[in-house]
Design a protein around this ligand. Structure first.
Ligand code: KG4
Length: 345
């Protein structure tokens, strides 16, 4: 690895409904500004056209604030890293176009980042120069977000292999869609997490998938949840209101059992005991508790991400950009964003 005295990366994230910018200096976080778009709440999900418009409004003030808060001058930035995909095309275009303009204006390279790799590498963001307890290679990462549920073997910073993934919905979608039919606001994941604490996780049984190998499926659970509500509402129209906490606790328990079952199996099959979890759903308190329990049971070395790095943020894009910078892996100005991308693309 070449010796670089001071590498300063400006990271940009705009793949969905969060506009974010971050300054990372030699792997250490100096600032991380996130502007979450509220405009989607009334629609019960992200509206792509509204998302890209909000990114356009937010990106300059968000970047400006990230640079100011870092205490580092704009001229000292070594490169700009941006999310190339996967995500909403219109949203990705805003970040990509901004990166091109900034790169040309400041005469610095730009670095394209795969959003999924960013989630995985969020574990390597250092709080300060002495923050050195980081996952070793190879490790297994359970990546669970609104769009993905994957088990990944992470062999090096930029060398990853997916060994299991969802064949339909993601875990986050299961939380959000089941929450929607209960009338909860979007995104329902954090609300279900909170309500589940008051409920009995064993009160209702939902069907669990029987998918071979290390793959996941969550669409059957969604249907099972929907049919359960339909049947119960026929008997008692107030069923959802009266049983809300139990419904949340039982749903959450089922999602966690599905996720953990395959992760335990993946750890056994690969012999890897260094485990990480990433993505929005990794903020779930029930999942975190169960991971700690399994770590003790299976002698894993477990790394739980800080809550602020679980959902979309630019610090994870900045840290990925940092490792790509060290490899001299830069993007051309002709590069276009991709709505669909796999982790090792
Ligand atoms: O990683 P993320 O911010 O966006 C994607 O890249 O998809 O993940 C968003 C997802 C949403 O589905 C949201 O409901 C879920 O993460 N989520 C949670 C919690 N916090 C966020 N799900 C369960 N429990 C939580 N505490």
């Amino acid at each position: 690895m070449p010796y670089h005295k001071r590498v300063i990366i400006l990271g940009i994230e705009s793949s969905c409904d969060d506009t974010s910018a971050s300054i990372i200096e030699n792997g250490v976080i100096r600032s991380n500004i996130i502007s979450s778009q509220k405009v989607h709440e009334m629609y019960g999900g992200v509206v792509p056209e509204l998302a890209s418009r909000a990114h356009q409004q937010n990106i300059v003030p968000v970047v400006d604030l990230a640079i100011k808060q870092s205490g580092i001058s704009k001229e000292a930035i070594s490169a700009i890293a941006f999310t190339r995909g996967p995500g909403l095309l219109g949203s990705l275009l805003v970040g990509t176009s901004f990166a091109k303009g900034f790169s040309l204006a400041m005469n610095i390279p730009m670095i394209d980042v795969n959003h999924l790799q960013g989630h995985v590498l969020a574990h390597f963001i250092k709080k300060d120069e002495i923050d050195l307890d980081k996952p070793k290679f190879p490790h297994l990462c359970l990546l669970v977000s609104g769009g993905n549920s994957q088990i990944i073997v992470v062999r090096d910073y930029l060398e990853m292999e997916v060994i299991g993934q969802t064949i339909d919905d993601a875990a986050g979608e299961a939380f959000d869609k089941c929450g929607k039919v209960m009338g909860l606001p979007y995104p329902a994941g954090p609300v279900i997490d909170r309500l589940a604490k008051e409920g009995n996780p064993d009160s209702i049984t939902f069907s669990k998938p029987r998918i071979p190998g290390l793959n996941y499926s969550f669409s059957g659970l969604k249907t099972s949840f929907l049919y359960h509500l339909r049947d119960e509402l026929k008997i008692n129209p107030d069923y959802i209101v009266e049983k809300q906490a139990d419904l949340c606790a039982s749903l959450q328990k089922t999602i966690i059992e599905i996720l953990i079952g395959k992760l335990v199996r993946a750890a056994k099959e690969t012999g890897i005991k260094e485990i990480t979890v990433a993505g929005g759903v990794s903020a779930n308190s029930g999942l975190r508790d169960e991971l700690v329990h399994q770590a003790v049971k299976n002698s894993w070395k477990l790394y739980l991400p800080e809550l602020r790095f679980t959902t979309d943020n630019a610090a994870m894009i900045g840290i990925t950009g940092y490792y790509k910078y060290l490899k001299g892996d830069f993007a051309s100005h002709e590069m276009v964003p991709f709505a669909r991308m796999v982790i090792n693309e």
